[in-house]
Design a protein around this ligand. Structure first.
Ligand SMILES: [Zn+2]
Length: 241
């Protein structure tokens, strides 16, 4: 029949294992969720640039159309000029050609600016798409790793939970609650060994009188400095694990 502290030490082994496994799963889930979020943000950013590019494309085609029309009109006016003999009409025609030249210049400047914007946005989109592909691949890799982790750990977690409930039934409620409180507040270490008179939880020397009591393993004794439950293992047992 194991003593209370021995049962608690066994329970702690199960709890530490459970804690590590559930953490591994939670960390995997966290990584997948973070990547999922990054993929969404990147997709939204790429979509915004696509919308911007579509609008620029409309603008570019409009400017190109107007430029072609203005150039055709100017060509036509210049042809007509060669047939004009009247000075007044010639003056008006020259004026019109000058205005068309000005319009063409303005359209060309605008078109150049739009084409530069298209170039910039296209490069930006390529960068965003490359990063999106990288993130999506990383998310897929993490997701498949998580599935593997779950497949590997689920049954172990279930088995350990069953072991835990069996163990817990043999422990008095108050003692169990005390153990659980220390376990959660002291970084998953509630039951610690005393080796060479030193608490392995806080490295403080345990008073000799207390050490004698601990060696009997009869009752649950708390470390005076870190408040963990002290456990003593005979040398032979320690060696054999
Ligand atoms: Zn201690």
């Amino acid at each position: 029949m194991p003593t209370k502290i021995e049962v608690l030490a066994t329970l702690q082994l199960v709890d530490q294992s459970l804690r590590a496994k559930t953490r591994t799963v939670a960390e995997g889930e966290g990584r997948v969720a973070a990547l999922e979020e990054a993929v969404s943000a990147q997709t939204a950013a790429a979509s915004a640039v696509r919308v911007e590019l579509a609008a620029l494309g409309v603008r570019q085609r409009d400017l190109e159309g107007r430029l072609t029309a203005a150039e055709a009109k100017m060509k036509d006016r210049r042809m007509r000029m060669t047939r004009i003999r009247n000075d007044k009409e010639l003056g008006l025609a020259r004026r019109e050609v000058d205005l068309l030249k000005e319009e063409i210049g303005t359209l060309e400047t605008e078109l150049m600016a739009v084409m530069e914007q298209v170039e910039g946005s296209t490069a930006k989109l390529a960068g965003l798409d490359a990063e999106l592909a990288r993130l999506a691949a990383e998310r897929d890799r993490e997701a498949s790793e998580l599935r593997e982790t779950l497949a590997r750990l689920s049954s172990e977690i279930e088995r350990e939970r069953a072991t835990r409930s069996e163990l817990v039934q043999t422990i008095d409620g108050d003692l169990r609650r005390k153990y659980e409180m220390i376990f959660s507040r002291r970084g998953g270490l509630a039951v610690v060994e005393v080796r060479g008179g030193i608490c392995q939880g806080c490295r403080m020397r345990v008073p000799p009188q207390l050490f004698n009591q601990i060696q009997r393993n009869a009752e649950v004794i708390l470390c005076p400095s870190c408040q963990r439950m002290l456990f003593w293992r005979a040398e032979g047992e320690e060696a054999s694990g």
